[in-house]
Design a protein around this ligand. Structure first.
Ligand code: DON
Length: 311
């Protein structure tokens, strides 16, 4: 690295230490009972640059529930399966509403605003499921995550999936409501089962940053040079992450961090600095929009220090 570029590893470790000491940690999600058991003091940050260098700080190897971050990957898979026909089943506009909101569905004939709110992600899962058994669809999603992260140890946390299956009444309502408009084609229980399980995939910051590399490098895995998606598709997925990846907090995230990002209620965020880095951060405490409180603050510090905002 040239002298002008601050040492990435030092910056990442400094930020992890700063975050570890902060008293404001947000609220750990409790509407999925199993998630409430997670330690709110945990913090991890991993940055993988274009040369494949890994800069890691804090609890970078601890697996956590990726929850809605999985939606960036199911979107990628569904686009690979049906291409632009996907956009007949789901929109790509920010909703300005909470992640589990139902209000727009009635006015918009059961078509969810975007693939990242729960309704939209359930519709995307239904596309992946089409004509398959839930077990096969789930296997497809898990294989994709393992392939992207180059790590066969990634698993689904069955306790988290079962916990959400028992308490996911809102998601069940969203799915049944969409079914009434014909937007869900498979049996609702099948679609929901696959959705709850892909949200319950457990990954560390390192594994997640590895999995996100194709989005940072024009659809290619920089380590192998293999194309995962065409460059245009990677750009478009990043665009949807920028505008919709943090729900009604997407404007604030773009304003403060200036990168495409996808959050999950497990407290993780995958952020993409196009051409520069794939970044994963984890801090379980959430803000009012259900996005990681310190995760966002850490990313804001990182992009400011490195000059990585896309704007
Ligand atoms: O469907 C749910 O409510 C969860 N499985 C995922 C929600 C989520 O991660 C929202 N993100 N911040």
């Amino acid at each position: 690295m040239s002298d002008a570029v601050p040492d990435l590893d030092r910056v990442v470790k400094e930020i992890a230490e700063e975050m570890r000491q902060r008293p404001d940690r947000g609220e750990v999600a409790s509407y999925i009972p199993e998630l409430a058991r997670v330690d709110s003091d945990a913090f991890g940050l991993v940055v993988i640059d274009a040369e494949g260098r890994v800069a890691a700080g804090g609890d970078s190897e601890t697996p956590f529930s990726i929850q809605s971050i999985s939606k960036a990957f199911t979107l990628t898979l569904a686009l690979g399966m049906v291409g632009d026909r996907l956009w007949r089943r789901v929109g790509r506009e920010p909703s300005g509403s909470p992640f589990n909101s139902i209000v727009q569905l009635e006015r918009e004939r059961g078509i969810p605003r975007n693939p990242f709110i729960n309704a939209g992600a359930i519709a995307v899962t239904d596309v992946i499921l089409s004509g398959h058994q839930p077990r096969e669809a789930l296997g497809e999603i898990l294989r994709f995550m393992r392939f992207l992260a180059d790590d066969s140890s990634i698993v689904i946390d069955e306790a988290v999936a079962a916990s959400e299956q028992r308490t996911g009444f809102r998601n069940a309502a969203l799915a049944h409501y969409m079914k009434s408009f014909g937007v869900i084609e498979n049996p609702v229980d099948f679609t929901l089962g696959v959705y709850f399980h892909h949200c319950a995939i457990s990954m560390s910051c390192r594994q997640l940053a590895m999995a996100g590399r194709f989005l940072a490098y024009s659809g290619r895995n920089p380590a192998t040079g293999h194309s995962v998606v065409p460059p245009e598709r990677a750009r478009r997925i990043n665009a949807v992450m920028l505008t919709c990846g943090h729900y009604d907090g997407s404007g604030e995230f773009a304003y403060r961090v200036g990168l495409p990002g996808k959050s999950g209620v497990g407290g993780g965020i995958l952020a993409i600095a196009p051409g520069k880095a794939s970044i994963a951060v984890w801090s379980p405490g959430l803000d009012a929009s259900g996005n990681s409180h310190l995760g966002r603050i850490a990313l804001e510090a990182l992009t400011r220090r490195l000059g990585w905002s896309i704007f």
